[in-house]
Design a binder for this molecule. Sequence first.
Ligand code: 5MM
Length: 358
Amino acid sequence: SSLTVRAASPYADELVKTAKTVASPGRGILAMDESNATCGKRLASIGLENTEANRQAYRTLLVTAPGLGQYISGAILFEETLYQSTVDGRKIVDVLVEQNIVPGIKVDKGLVPLAGSNDESWCQGLDGLASRTAAYYQQGARFAKWRTVVSIPNGPSALAVKEAAWGLARYAAISQDSGLVPIVEPEILLDGEHGIDRTFEVAQKVWAEVFFYLAENNVMFEGILLKPSMVTPGAECKDRATPQQVADYTLSLLQRRIPPAVPGIMFLSGGQSEVEATLNLNAMNQAPNPWHVSFSYARALQNTCLKTWGGQPENVKAAQDALLTRAKANSLAQLGKYTGEGESDEAKQGMFVKGYVY
Ligand code: 5MM
């Protein structure tokens, strides 16, 4: 069985332990693994140049937010950040560990057009991956992330779904061999006019295939984490869904497709507003689930924080407070105890951008 195959791996116990730590009650993941190109877009939105010093200043602000580890169990880093120090010269990895946050690393090499498909994408990064994951482990990373995407308006074609699932499974097996817990992220993009039922249908197809290939590649399910999209209507669909509807559809998807051996489901926010992402997570945690149902948000944790900072040193504390506000709200949502009181208008604003590419 897959368990037997991986249980023989020297990392088996550690993988299980890492996955459980990241999936611990009242905590979730801070996705701060924007590649330099994406980070550049974020910095441009506040009028800053995309320099290494500016990226370092911003990432320093995030990881040094006091008490962040109370709400955040893991932080996904881009390669530059994994090897970077804070502005005052401490290794970012060390700061995270002091904060009781597990360092993670984005290992995919991004999306490119999938030849032979309906204008869809596939994700690169398998060549040489085993040597990179071994080096990242040495550098202190304990989990990994690979994000691929599936587009509903463009299909998805059977080819695109198969390629996405196969790539995720190969990446997951390679990461486990290096002692890194793989986060499996097939993002189903929000773009489109389709209703929630169509998203539900596509998500079931995608996750069936992902688990088929994960099993075929002898991935140990107890040592992985998932990063799914919530099941919502397309961003341009006129019928909007309430948090209760999103929760009902999304939990049905998980119940049908995800074995309880998987310790944690860490949702992406995908362009939802900060408050929407928190409300939806809270709705999913109103009753006990077989898995830890939590968050791995980038935009829905960072948006207000980034704007509050605006690149000004005197705003660092206020920006860190904004990050802590979102982290705490999502921590409460993980426990099913978020009330939504006192949220700012900024936090309620959606972040969906049509045809968004990182
Ligand atoms: C942080 O953004 C990640 C994409 O980075 P690239 O620049 O390399 O494409 C992305 O994978 C992100 O972690 C997830 O999509 C979740 O982010 P959101 O904003 O959807 O919560």
